[in-house]
Design a protein around this ligand. Structure first.
Ligand code: DGJ
Length: 550
């Protein structure tokens, strides 16, 4: 079909799907609700686990996306994270065109999935490439950040109220539109404000506005928050601030000392204030949960080499103080130390949501780990429509399993009765120790499907690589639920020499909330009662009962 006809057909579908008659109102918009030490995302009155995938940057136009829906459905996603481009929704100042947004909503509804929208406004990976032409070309009205030599960058400066206000107006218009077309239906669950903000290639902007702010006084609210929670400052800054006698007023270098750490703090504060202005303008129109995502720090990199001042763990308290309308900050985890980054972000008051992750085979086990180890509210590999094989098949299996387990996982949230299973490094040199339900589990991982003795050990068949990881839930006294792939666990009693035996190991699955038995595992499958094993090469779910003896 020619592009114009296709676009027209899609617009009709979008209009029909968004008409009031199609809406089936439900009670309240999606919201974050505290749950124990963590929080949950409540959608249509129930806890919701985002089994997501984030589209590639240029895949958010509905006409283009049409071809990818079957693939997204086959991956068992329940949510698509999709960009919304400022340059397309406000091509001329004050004239909004939400056709792309409506098309995304119609597509998502038509395919029975939800959306998390990503506002590509002033900044996308530090740069301002998604600003509309009328912003980009008017550098007098919409000033740029500058480097140390004073040269302007393709980055809107956060120190110009005109930049902030233009972005906030557009974002408010987007949120108003979402309320009008989706309030009561809630296809859109959450909104990410900007994308991977942070200053590059230096720790701070050197434009005239930035220099004036840096030479001026540290904002009172920041000093107040530092005074109340000094431990929340990065250690070097805290030492500098204490060494200077905990000043209650003064310029940035005066209060925190000169250097890149102070420049990064300065950048974080001002970026977060800017995002606060944008997010609060949006929430005033339609209050959905909002978050900011971060590009993480490559080992050895300095602020400016990585995006300085972004929503990073060492700056979490600054972001919280400066941007209360940002409900949480999120990591985009492309590095292999997935568990470590999860731990840094899953904090009281900051639920873990991973909006971007590497889309390799490990994504399948990362999703399970994040949900169980950190009560994550969701997970999404990046560039999901381009996921290859076998990563796609693995993710589809893992999401199917997670969808079935979601009621169990949400019931155990915030109770300390779940553990995520994931090698900290690959290969994990020692068995991993996990304390759960009064037992100490020793866990080892198998990342290869090896031929069994029954196939002839020396058959020469090459082992097949497989992801390894999963989760375990203490479902009751002496009872556990395991799910995952390539995991072997043995049990000991916490604080006692008693031995632990297996009473029963049952393989099965949850269907519509009910357990469906497949088979009892014993003999070779449990190494004659010695261990629980989720074999490599396929995801499985097992219910296990243990007993103690001497
Ligand atoms: C992180 C960004 O947030 C994404 O939009 C995309 O640019 C990926 N990096 C590419 O790896």
């Amino acid at each position: 079909m020619p592009t114009a006809r296709l676009a027209a057909a899609l617009a009709l579908v979008a209009a029909a799907a968004l008409s009031p008659a199609a809406a089936q109102p439900v009670a309240a918009p999606p919201r974050l609700q505290p749950r124990g030490a963590s929080a949950e995302l409540v959608v249509d009155g129930s806890p919701f686990l985002v089994l997501g995938g984030e589209l590639g940057n240029s895949s958010g136009e509905p006409g283009y996306l049409e071809r990818w829906w079957p693939r997204l459905k086959a991956l068992n996603l329940n949510t698509v994270l999709a960009p919304v481009y400022w340059e397309l929704v406000e091509p001329r100042e004050g004239q909004f065109d939400f056709a792309t947004v409506d098309g995304l909503i119609a597509g998502a509804r038509g395919h029975g999935v939800r959306l998390v929208l990503l506002w590509f406004g002033s900044w996308k990976n530090s740069m301002s490439c998604y600003a509309p032409a009328w912003v980009k070309t008017d550098t007098r009205r919409f000033p740029r950040a500058a480097d140390a030599s004073g040269r302007g960058l393709d980055i809107l400066t956060p120190f110009a109220p005109a930049n902030r206000d233009a972005d906030a107006r557009a974002f408010a218009a987007l949120m108003r539109h979402l309320r009008e077309v989706d309030g009561g239906r809630y296809t859109v669950l959450m909104v990410q404000v900007e994308n991977e903000v942070g200053m590059i290639p230096e720790a701070r902007d050197r434009s005239a506005g930035a220099n004036a702010a840096f030479d001026g006084a540290v904002p009172r609210e920041l000093l107040e928050s530092v005074r109340r929670h000094p431990a929340a400052l990065p250690p070097a800054l805290r030492e500098a601030w204490e060494g200077r006698g905990r000043p209650a007023a003064g310029g940035w270098a005066e209060v925190f000392g000169p250097g890149p750490a102070t420049e990064e703090l300065f950048t974080a504060w001002h970026l977060a204030r800017y995002l606060e202005a944008v997010a609060s303008a949006g929430k005033a129109e339609y209050s959905l949960p909002m978050f900011a995502n971060a590009a993480l720090i490559r080992p050895g990199y300095r602020p400016g080499q990585y995006p300085s001042g972004g929503p990073l763990p060492h700056l979490a308290a600054v972001w919280r103080a400066a941007a209360p309308s940002i409900d949480f900050i999120s990591p985009d985890i492309y590095f292999p130390n997935f568990a470590e980054w999860c731990r840094l972000y899953a904090r009281p008051g900051n639920p873990l949501f991973v909006p971007e992750a590497r889309r390799g085979v490990e994504a399948s086990v990362h999703a399970l780990y994040a949900a169980a180890a950190h009560d994550a509210i969701g997970f999404a590999p990046f560039g999901i429509e381009s996921i290859g094989e076998p990563a796609g098949a693995r993710l589809a299996e893992s999401y199917r399993l997670l969808a079935a387990l979601a009621p169990t996982l949400t019931a155990h949230r915030g109770r300390g009765t779940m553990a995520g299973l994931l090698p900290e490094i690959d290969p994990q040199p020692q068995p991993q120790e996990v304390s759960l339900g009064g037992y100490r589990l020793r866990v080892v991982y198998e990342r290869q499907v090896a031929p069994s003795i029954a196939d002839g050990e020396s058959g020469g068949a090459a082992p097949v690589a497989s992801p390894a990881g999963g989760l375990v839930v203490a479902t009751g006294p002496d009872e556990f639920l395991f799910a995952g792939i390539g995991v072997t666990a043995t049990f000991a009693v916490e604080g006692s020499d008693d031995r632990v035996g297996l009473l029963s190991v049952e393989e099965g699955s949850f269907e519509a909330g009910a357990w469906r038995h497949e088979r009892w595992l014993n003999g070779d499958e449990t190494h004659q009662g010695r261990h629980v094993r989720l074999e490599p090469g396929r995801f499985g779910t097992q219910r296990v009962r243990v007993y103690r003896h001497r």
